[in-house]
Design a protein around this ligand. Structure first.
Ligand code: DOR
Length: 421
């Protein structure tokens, strides 16, 4: 691919400038003169060139659940969304809890991943919460440790894990969920659940463990990260812990920032864990994003098969896909509305996760057409998962191309046609 973008916007070191840019075979050039004849000239005014996005919370389902997603389809979906680094969670079969089981995942990654993929190791054996995983052996190969999909119930076990992670210089990334408070719930314990006769998950099931872990992180000095923050109390606890100097960061996901339980429908594509919370929770998350309490945005891309997700709000498994619509929904919902500057969104989706999780691979770049208006259509996804609450939503901003380590890992068919390929 050899294209010349006139007067395009490029993000470098935290801010945008306008330049004429040549992209030739996966490399960016800033030519002083006119467009070279060999290159296809493309109107660059509404295009922006971003560093490849990084998602520290995805489920790629291999090994163990390749009918839901594979390393190949999941990383292709990531590339299609503008991502050039992902960190898959360890709720797999086998769970990566030793060098031997981790190697099964790493060998598939080496064979099939189209972008840099740095997995998580489990905190406890089998994610069962009873015995520490072999964190020491896995440490050199993992982004961090997590039992995502499940909360570590025992405070003593979490403290032991934090002490170990501290000695290894690694992060504990926690799925915070107190099983004793779940009470059979599967959506937020709020207005929609009450009105439609559903069982609710209370907010304390999330913020209780966050409060516990923030104290443990303070005590142990461990680097601690909270996964998928969804409640207003969680934001407040993390804000307070930061003010006390605790080494704590957190992420939230696009659906918690843009949707709430007043928008629920009786379909599996609205069901994930934690659930969509109340409008007040959503406002608190936005405030947390603006004041720096929330450090980054991750998708929690959690694909399930079409059949599994067809069972409605009550009976579908928890999890929705996110990689292929995260940037457009956030750009449309937060940047175009004036809530967040584009620079800040890029920092939340690329710079911050890379810095916190030590993702040192070259980010490469992603080209987005910010003028392109379209509707999210899951049938176009590279992911095997199709369930998203953003299905059919009109958005602006479409990824045209993703380049990683000098390779064009994704090219939008429209751009390929324009460039005569
Ligand atoms: O919605 C979710 N899906 N939340 C989780 O914690 C796990 C994930 C999955 O693995 O499907």
């Amino acid at each position: 691919m050899n294209i010349y973008l006139k007067n395009t916007r490029i993000y470098q070191q935290g801010s945008f400038s306008r330049r004429d840019i040549l992209i030739r075979d996966g490399e960016l050039f800033f030519p002083a003169g006119p467009a070279p004849e060999s290159a296809t000239a493309v109107d660059g005014r509404f295009i922006c060139i971003l560093p490849g996005l990084a998602d520290v919370h995805v489920h790629l389902r291999e090994p163990g659940f390749s009918y839901k997603e594979t390393i190949r389809t999941g990383t292709m979906a990531a590339a299609r969304g503008g991502y050039t680094a992902v960190c898959p969670m360890p709720n797999l079969n086998p769970v990566p809890d030793s060098l031997e089981t981790l190697e099964q995942e790493l060998s598939i990654i080496r064979r099939d991943a189209v972008i840099p993929t740095v997995p998580y190791g489990a905190i406890t054996k089998g994610e069962a919460g009873q015995e520490l995983a072999d964190m020491e052996a896995m440490a050199p190969y993992v982004a961090a440790f997590s039992d995502d999909g499940k909360g570590v119930q025992s405070p003593a076990m979490m403290e032991k894990a934090m002490e170990k992670a501290k000695t290894l210089g690694k992060i504990i990334a926690a799925h915070c969920e107190d099983n004793s408070l779940l009470n059979g719930g599967y959506i937020h314990d709020g207005a929609y659940a009450a009105a439609h006769g559903h069982r609710g998950i209370c907010s304390e099931s999330e913020y209780g463990p966050i409060r516990r872990d923030a104290a443990l992180a303070k005590k142990t000095g461990c680097a601690y990260h909270v996964c998928h923050v969804s409640t207003k109390e969680s934001v407040e606890i993390i804000r307070h812990a930061k003010s006390q100097g605790v080494n704590i960061t957190c992420e939230t996901a696009p659906h918690y920032l843009l949707l709430d339980d007043s928008m629920l429908q009786e379909e599996g594509r609205f069901k994930m864990n934690p659930p969509l919370r109340s409008p007040e929770d959503r406002q608190a998350l936005l405030a947390g994003l603006l004041d720096g309490t929330i450090d980054m945005i991750a998708t929690d891309h959690a694909p399930h098969s079409r059949e599994e997700k067809s069972l409605g709000l009550k009976d579908s498994p928890m999890g929705v896909v996110g990689l292929e619509c995260a940037f457009p929904v956030l750009y449309t919902g937060l940047v175009e509305t004036g809530i967040l500057p584009l620079e800040k969104l890029v920092a939340l989706m690329s710079d911050a996760p890379r810095a916190r999780f030590g993702l040192t691979s070259d980010p490469g770049f992603a080209l987005f057409d910010l003028a392109h208006t379209w509707r999210i259509d899951p049938e176009e996804f590279a992911s095997l998962g199709r369930a998203t609450p953003f299905e059919g939503v009109p958005v602006r901003g479409r990824c045209l191309m993703t380049v990683c380590q000098g390779r064009e890992v994704y090219i939008d068919p429209m751009l390929a046609k324009e460039a005569g390929q």
